[in-house]
Design a protein around this ligand. Structure first.
Ligand code: ATP
Ligand code: MG
Length: 352
């Protein structure tokens, strides 16, 4: 008669130094160290220190919407809502932007294709779009999470931003614009305070690149604009042809607003925002707004005037503006935007 082996003798030895960190997500992805495994196969996570995206652990992971869990709603725009989500197994936070879009299959495919190309964008001052999905009439963009919200949130709290900090903001936005305008040869079309995002490290990044164009395309008319007209260059608001210089006008308007604490086409904070037709006539017929010389440095006034020129040919390019005396003036002064944003309350949350 066979004697049964005591159970202790059947113990398997599991190497302790490489613990299995986390297990399985809704899409069935499993990670152990740098290995990722799901139904699509086995892949090695990249850890390229040179890449601006390298501090994000899921860069190469294939994940689905089900892998993301909602933490709270962080914003609402004209196209839909933005939620703070977390990757269930890596814990990485993302901003998930949902855009309601009931559109034909072929247009949808084209949009998703464009988004995939945008995903390849590599610039520290442009918000990374990690992934995009289409589900039940909604396009989802998985974006880099910017934990201090937008410049709109910043000026809502502190009303005005001092010149040294503005120079730091400008330099970063200009670097993003050089990437979009000169390297990718695209026009952003919707530079405004809510599309310039900030994080706790004091980094400023441009977002919604391509989104307004995408919405316009999906509506069948290339130039149907969804959003605010406030920062639109004269040639654009009047329906003429426009190029990347229209982004420079918008940047000038945003920076001037941050400096004076109100939208430049209104006289006081109490005045309500102009209607489309009031705005159209002010932008097209009046002289362009400028920074008051008695309140701001000559370098700042000159920078604003280099951006806000009615004739796009008179505006400087992003590349030229990076070398402007206003930017140069504060370059070696060690101005830390992280200190400024660190003093602010967290951005407005809709989901609390
Ligand atoms: P509109 O839809 O009219 O263009 P908007 O830019 O405010 O306005 P959304 O782009 O939908 O609309 O963004 C809404 C808000 O969500 C933003 O103002 C910002 O505060 C927040 N937000 C958007 N993207 C991110 C992100 N990647 N990280 C953190 N917050 C974000
Ligand atoms: Mg936006």
């Amino acid at each position: 008669m066979k004697t049964k082996k005591p159970l202790e003798l059947l113990k398997l030895s599991v190497p302790r130094e490489t613990p299995i960190t986390s297990f399985l997500t809704a899409s069935g992805t499993f990670q152990d160290g740098d290995l990722l495994l799901n139904q699509k196969g086995l892949r090695l996570k990249s850890d390229n220190k040179e890449s601006p995206q390298s501090d994000n652990k899921v860069l190469d992971a294939q994940f689905s919407l089900e892998d993301l869990e909602t933490i709270k709603v962080i914003g609402k725009g004209s196209g839909g809502i933005v939620q703070l989500v977390r990757h269930k197994w890596l814990g990485t936070p993302f901003a998930l932007k949902a855009i309601q879009m009931n559109i034909q299959e072929d247009i949808r495919k084209q949009i998703v294709q464009e988004l995939k190309i945008n995903q390849a964008s590599q610039c520290t001052n442009v918000v990374i779009c990690y992934n995009s999905f289409y589900k039940n009439g909604v396009i989802y963009l998985v974006l880099e999470y910017m934990d201090r919200g937008s410049l709109a949130d910043v000026i809502r709290q502190i009303k005005t931003i001092l010149e040294p900090y503005l120079a730091v903001v400008c330099k970063q936005v200009l670097k993003g614009l050089v990437h979009l305008n000169h390297e990718r040869h695209v026009i952003h079309r919707d530079i405004k305070p809510s599309n310039l995002l900030v994080n706790h490290k004091g980094e400023v990044k441009i977002t919604d690149f391509g989104v307004s164009a995408m919405l316009a395309n999906s509506m069948g008319q290339r130039d149907t604009f969804v959003g605010t007209y406030n920062y639109m260059a004269p040639e654009r608001i009047s329906g003429s042809t426009y190029d990347y210089k229209s982004d420079i006008w918008s940047l000038g308007m945003v920076i001037l607003e941050c400096a004076i604490g109100r939208f430049p086409y209104i006289q006081s904070e109490e005045q309500s925002c102009p209607s489309f037709y009031e705005l159209l006539s002010s932008i097209v017929e009046n002289p362009p707004p400028s920074a008051p010389a008695d309140q701001f440095s000559p370098e700042f006034c000159s920078f604003i005037s280099a951006c806000i020129q009615k004739d796009p040919r008179d505006r400087s390019s992003a590349l030229d503006l990076l070398a402007h005396p206003f930017i140069k003036k504060f370059e070696d002064k060690d101005i830390d935007l992280a200190i400024l944003v660190g003093t602010l309350d967290p951005p407005v949350n809709f989901g609390r």
